[in-house]
Design a protein around this ligand. Structure first.
Ligand code: ATP
Ligand code: MG
Length: 902
């Protein structure tokens, strides 16, 4: 036995720690190892075109790892909210069916940026798990990279050597490239990794399997699972696939918090821990159904039906967290990109609750209070936005349940058709359409079909799915070539103080997107603001005596401005002057400042619940989304406008503080946004009472805005309103346009002096005339009715009244009712009318004709209308039809009489 295991008796784990205590203990441990404890980055990523959601703790350190951001402090640790539902890491389909993959989970991590490396990372991980948390080392297995001869990378003997200090050889397992070599992407930092696995099988399970934990590592056994991955980044992969040494070694570790809690609490399913049990209890209460825990299941096997309930409860508990945290981070469900991913997660939960928990109405939103109660202390963003989360969730659930109903009735129809055709298989194209349009995943369609004795052509479905994936891939494909380095160094942004600056190109690369080619440049000094925080990027030029290159856009990537150009300069290493298009920049700066004033005014007028939920600022418009639960009234809009314009007239100067430590900025009263990523040092922008965390470009004083006018107020989603507004010159244009329209209207009314009174008079006159016409028409119809009744014939004691008249549809209808008033019994009346060159047929029968003579106006009109190329219907005693061919009208009237045998 390995010397470390000898004292096993003392290393009994402490199973009474709660999840919250475990989270704290992790932070405390790494704090004691000189790590800066940093906050979780938002789960929703807004400034990285390659990634929608944080899927690992390292995402927020990408720019440090790539060398574009200061690595100090070099030791950090945190718990990071992660979401693995798209792209490289997608666990969605597993979730609920197994008991250890979640969509959203917390990843505990510690980092070293050029500080300790493999030995430090391994020692600390071991100390924490075994000495501090007292996990039984006998149950722990570690993996090391076995090496790759074709890439000329040897086995990670170094890691194995350090592990050997703690565990015997038979607990160290070689792992392949798939499990034990981590890569950031197709290119970039990469390196071997070591995973720590825990064998959590019960004694009975061990006995029954007869295998050692070692044999089950990375074999998808639900009781032998990975809890911690230690990544040793030491290489950089280039676009041609070759590796070079990384300039700074990086330790990046990630441990699944929920899995750790489960091990410490002696459970065999993440869902049996106090992370999930409160939610599952709430689900049981709401549904009246029971959840069977792992322990209970060991005592008595469960039925298929109970297993479905278990899976559904796990799905709902998991997805509740993912959707709530996304909304809190500012990502609402929608029909595009990240919003669509969130919508799909929510729909998956609704579908399980609908099918297996019998929830035909919104269900998930009722669990929000429990979640907030459990996690609101560790994640205050949940608590602060509870109302918004519930509202958005309920509305989404309701909407999807309506779609679900529609989809189910479509599926019913499809199955009816199959039955009529004597078939037993639904084709895959239809199944795919249900999936694509109604959010019906294949398994739901299959389930419903199976219940009705049908199967689904899965192969065809997969073909359709593949086709769609390819379409999406082709649309999104972007190809980046390697950066061509011209000079070393980091970029300095000078755009807060300058709009022109001398510069050199540090590096450039070619990008190909949908056959479009352009180049990205990184300058050593740049006044260009790269698109960020809703404000568009600067345009302009870089130039010298030899040439001028247009910058068509600037983006923010990995903490620096990337300049987009159509062509490279002839001499890229020359010196340039970088010049921003100041007209555009000034206009967007003014709009940005206006959004700050707007935010402030909205909070004053509507209340403190107003939270910014998105903004877009360009040179010609500004858009601001915020939480508020009803329509903003016209009066409130006016109040807001007045307040903003007052602040503009005060010409309040920009009061800007750069590089303020985060906590100090908060003390200044600056407003931070939920779901926004802030560094240790932040910039604070103040205009009088408005004070915000902001990295954007602003007007030097509010007076530069000129004037502010809201042009629309609308709803974007449940609980979220959107205001669009214009400032300065755009307002001037708006005013001219309004003036022009008013002038034109005046022209219509002979340039009346008092336009309002004149229009009012016209409206009154119009109303009186309308009434007169109606009266006149009624009289005319009355007279016409008497006339045609008088002309009617009597056939077999039945009064037959037929007529053709050039009257409007309304009048024609009135006419037949009038005829019926005159002849309440033994009446068959057929009136054809023509209006605007369209024929119309109305049939009126007295009740005895329906009851005693078996006539039906609806049937008669359908037959007769064919003769005038039309169709219609109605009740047995009254029906009407429109048509296209006026020439057929007489024949249609005759046809009715003929069909009635008169
Ligand atoms: P697995 O093979 O179990 O899916 P992984 O190889 O995808 O794990 P990593 O990418 O190395 O895991 O992530 C680091 C740690 O995060 C894992 O050791 C695990 O504890 C945790 N983890 C990964 N995916 C999930 C998930 N979907 N739900 C909960 N925890 C997870
Ligand atoms: Mg995984």
């Amino acid at each position: 036995m390995h010397p470390q295991f000898i004292n096993k008796v003392e290393t009994k784990r402490n199973s009474s720690m709660t999840a919250n205590e475990i989270r704290d203990s992790f932070k405390k441990f790494f704090e004691s190892k000189q790590h800066a404890i940093v906050p979780s980055a938002p789960m929703v990523i807004k400034d990285d075109p390659t990634l929608m959601f944080t899927n690992a703790g390292m995402n927020q350190w990408k720019d440090i790892i790539l060398g574009t951001r200061d690595p100090e402090p070099r030791r950090r640790a945190d718990t990071q909210k992660c979401l693995r539902v798209s792209g490289k890491h997608n666990d969605l389909e597993e979730v609920g069916h197994d008991t250890y993959h979640h969509t959203m989970f917390e990843m505990l991590g510690n980092w070293s940026f050029g500080d300790y490396f493999k030995e430090g990372a391994i020692d600390m991980a071991w100390e924490y798990l075994v000495d501090v948390l007292k996990l039984d080392p006998e149950n722990l297995y570690v993996t090391v990279f076995e090496g790759s001869p074709e890439e000329n990378i040897p086995r990670d003997d170094e890691a194995a050597k350090y592990w050997a200090k703690h565990v015997p050889e038979d607990h160290i397992i070689n792992g392949n490239k798939h499990d034990n070599f981590w890569e950031m992407g197709d290119t970039g930092p990469c390196g071997p990794c070591s995973e720590i696995h825990v064998d959590s099988r019960t004694p009975e399970q061990r006995k029954a399997s007869g295998k050692s934990g070692r044999d089950l590592v990375n074999q998808d056994d639900p009781q032998v699972i990975e809890i911690w991955n230690l990544v040793f980044m030491q290489f950089n992969r280039k676009a041609d696939g070759s590796l070079e040494k990384l300039s700074m070694n990086v330790i990046d570790t990630g441990m699944g918090f929920e899995r750790l809690v489960r091990m410490l609490q002696g459970k065999h399913s993440n869902y049996d821990t106090d992370v999930f049990q409160p939610i599952i209890k709430a689900e049981q209460q709401l549904t009246g159904l029971k959840y069977v825990t792992f322990e209970e299941e060991q005592m008595a096997p469960i039925t298929k039906q109970q297993d479905d309930i278990n899976v559904a409860m796990r799905v709902c508990a998991d997805h509740l967290r993912a959707v709530s945290f996304s909304i809190a981070d500012g990502q609402l469900p929608s029909n595009a990109k990240a919003g669509y991913v969130i919508r799909r997660i929510l729909r998956r939960a609704v579908r399980y609750a609908y099918t297996f928990l019998g929830q035909k109405d919104g269900f998930l939103y009722k669990l929000v209070p429990t979640l907030v109660h459990e996690m609101g202390d560790a994640f205050p963003e949940l608590k602060a936005q509870q109302q918004l989360i519930s509202k958005v969730m309920k509305e989404e659930e309701d909407a999807f349940l309506r779609t679900l109903d529609k989809g189910i009735s479509l599926l019913d129809k499809a199955m009816e058709q199959l039955k009529a055709e004597g078939k037993s298989e639904l084709d895959g194209v239809q199944a795919f359409r249900l999936f694509d349009t109604y959010g019906f995943p294949l398994d739901l369609t299959e389930l419903i079909c199976r219940e009705n004795g049908f199967t689904v052509n899965e192969e065809q479905f997969n073909v359709e799915m593949q086709k769609q994936k390819e379409r999406a891939r082709n649309a999104a494909a972007v190809e980046n070539s390697d950066w061509v380095e011209l000079a070393a160094g980091e970029q300095q942004f000078v755009g807060y103080d300058y709009t022109e600056y001398e510069c050199h190109i540090l590096r450039y690369r070619k990008v190909t997107q949908k056959k479009n080619e352009f180049y990205e440049l990184v300058l050593d000094y740049t006044p260009f603001y790269g698109e960020m925080g809703g404000q568009v990027g600067d345009c302009g030029v870089i130039c010298n005596e030899a040439e001028t290159i247009e910058i068509i856009d600037s983006k923010r990537e990995n903490n620096q401005t990337v300049h987009i150009v159509k062509q490279l300069p002839k001499d890229p290493s020359a010196q340039f002057m970088a010049c921003v298009d100041t007209d555009k920049r000034d206009a967007s700066a003014a709009n940005h400042t206006a959004t700050h004033l707007l935010d402030y005014a909205l909070k004053q007028v509507l209340g403190d619940h107003v939270e910014q939920k998105g903004s877009f600022v360009s040179s010609d418009t500004l858009r601001f989304d915020f939480s508020h639960f009803q329509k903003v009234t016209d009066e409130e809009i006016r109040q807001v406008e007045r307040m903003v314009n007052e602040m503009i007239r005060e010409d309040i100067p920009l009061d800007e503080h750069r590089e303020v430590p985060f906590e100090e900025a908060k003390k200044l009263g600056a407003i931070a946004l939920f779901g926004e990523k802030y560094g240790d040092k932040v910039r604070v922008v103040r205009f009088g009472p408005s004070c915000e965390f902001c990295g954007g470009i602003h007007a030097k004083a509010t007076g530069k805005i000129g004037f502010f006018k809201i042009i629309s107020e609308s709803s974007v989603a449940a609980g979220i309103r959107r205001i669009e507004a214009r400032t300065g010159k755009e307002c001037e244009e708006l005013l001219y346009k309004t003036e022009d329209i008013l002038k034109a209207i005046k022209g219509f009314f002979n340039n009346a002096k008092d336009l309002q009174a004149t229009i009012l008079k016209y409206i009154e006159e119009h109303d009186t005339m309308k009434k007169d016409i109606e009266q006149f028409q009624a009289q005319r119809v009355q007279a016409l009715a008497q006339e045609i009744v008088a002309k009617g014939r009597i056939v077999n004691g039945i009064k037959v009244v037929t007529a053709k008249a050039p009257i409007a549809p309304d009048a024609a209808k009135d006419l037949v009712f009038k005829v019926r008033e005159l002849c309440p019994e033994n009446l068959v009346c057929v009136v054809g009318s023509v209006h605007n060159e369209k024929p119309m047929l109305n049939i009126m029968l007295s009740d005895d004709m329906v009851k005693d003579h078996g006539l039906n106006a609806g049937q008669l009109v359908r037959e007769a209308a064919k003769l005038m190329q039309g169709g219609g219907g109605g009740q047995p005693h009254f029906a009407s039809a429109g048509g296209k061919n006026t020439d057929g009208l007489s024949a249609a009237i005759d046809k009715v009489i003929e069909l009635a045998n008169l």
